[in-house]
Design a protein around this ligand. Structure first.
Ligand code: GDP
Length: 364
């Protein structure tokens, strides 16, 4: 179900499949359902759920991922019919963020988001009883609303809230450390490039190429940096770093906005932005604009931006050419065939800040 048009729904499903693959799943089949709003009991409605059960049985799938946010009762309702695990888009994205979070702050942000997602989903018997009775009505606590189920859940909730408060404190305490790390990077004059772009645009493929092409130098300084920072060399042999950001996704769950923003703050500190876009996507312009919209929030307007028009091997050449002409620093590439990758390395090298020249040396 989606609030947008049929094309929106298809794009969203395609992205969901890509996300599932990113999380390590094999995608077997897809089912779309058009309705005014999700069915409150089973999300899809009983008829479609039956159809899905048949597909699950035929493909021997072990999980169904719904493109939306399911309420606990929708998830249970659907699981009762199709007999395999059901998760929603939010849970899937949380899983990917958990896999990708490497820094201490990133991990804490993701755990916070996971707990925020979990909290309203803890439902006990007592809780649903009081809900059915229209909440706490006349006579105080309704029958059953103070049962052992409720007590246990209240306890779990309290534990989760305590943990969330602790994580929030930790996160705010980590900010200075991150800034020190950055300033040491700046003091040492190692220029940095941040990669941004949608999930599935080809960021990791390009990053692997660009960081694998140079000779790896073991350097004590790099060991102290965030492990998501990787090291690369320009064609002339100058060092620079790459910061990988978590990819953009459509309908980013609100629980993850902060975690996502903290990875983008890294981008705001970079000397160069490498914006990777999949030019074979039905709407590459829309993707470029959406990424820039979010980047505007962390203020990257002063940072030179290279647009890597990736997947040129399977894209419409007219679209590629249109974008190449429109963008200031555009490079047509294919991480698959290797096309344009040397040019990309050169364009990056050309936009990196020049090394600081020590004035003392110039004085006679
Ligand atoms: P990321 O999510 O942005 O890191 O994207 P990945 O690097 O994981 O790539 C997503 C998918 O696109 C993978 O299946 C890649 O093999 C594929 N891919 C990446 N670059 C290209 C390319 O230039 N051409 C084609 N045809 N496929 C590509």
């Amino acid at each position: 179900w989606t609030s947008g048009t049929a094309t929106d729904a298809e794009n969203s499903m395609r992205e969901l499949a890509a996300l599932a693959e990113t999380a390590g799943s094999e995608v077997l089949d897809g089912v779309m359902q058009r309705r005014q709003k999700p069915d409150p009991g089973t999300f899809l409605g009983a008829g479609k759920a039956d159809e899905l059960r048949a597909i699950v049985a035929a493909t021997e799938a072990d999980t169904v991922i719904c493109d939306g946010e399911l309420s606990p009762s929708q998830r249970r309702g659907l699981e009762d019919i199709i007999k395999v695990k059901v998760i929603d888009r939010v849970a899937l994205i949380l899983d990917i963020f958990a896999q990708h979070a490497k820094s201490r702050e990133g991990k804490a942000q993701v755990e916070l988001a996971q707990l925020e997602y979990l909290l309203p989903r803890l439902r006990g018997w007592g809780d649903s009883m009081s809900r059915q009775a229209g909440g706490r009505v006349a006579g105080g606590a309704g029958i059953g609303s103070r049962g052992p189920g409720e007590t246990k859940i209240e306890l779990d909730r309290r534990r989760i809230r305590t943990r969330m408060a602790k994580l929030r404190r930790e996160i705010s305490g980590m900010k200075p450390a991150r800034e020190t790390m950055r300033s040491s990077r700046h003091r040492n004059a190692i220029p940095s490039v941040a990669i941004v772009g949608y999930t599935n645009a080809g960021k990791s493929s390009l990053l692997n190429y660009l960081t694998g092409a140079g000779v790896l130098v073991e350097n004590a300084l790099f060991a102290t940096l965030d492990p998501t920072v990787r090291h690369a060399l320009t064609p002339e042999g100058r060092s620079y770093t790459f910061t990988d950001t978590v990819g953009f996704v459509r309908h980013l769950p609100h629980q993850l906005v902060e975690a996502f923003r903290s990875t983008l703050e890294e981008a705001a500190e970079a000397d160069v932005l490498l914006h990777v876009v999949d030019v074979s996507h039905p709407d590459p312009e829309g993707q470029l604009a959406a990424v820039r919209d979010v980047l505007a929030d962390v203020d990257t307007s002063e940072i030179p931006e290279i647009v890597a028009l990736n997947k040129a091997d399977i894209a419409d050449p007219f679209v590629v050419e249109r974008l190449r002409q429109r963008e200031k620093h555009a490079v047509v590439v294919s991480a698959r065939t290797g096309h344009g990758l040397e040019e990309l390395r050169e364009v990056i090298a050309g936009l990196l800040p020049q090394p600081n020249v020590d004035i003392d040396v110039l004085l006679p």
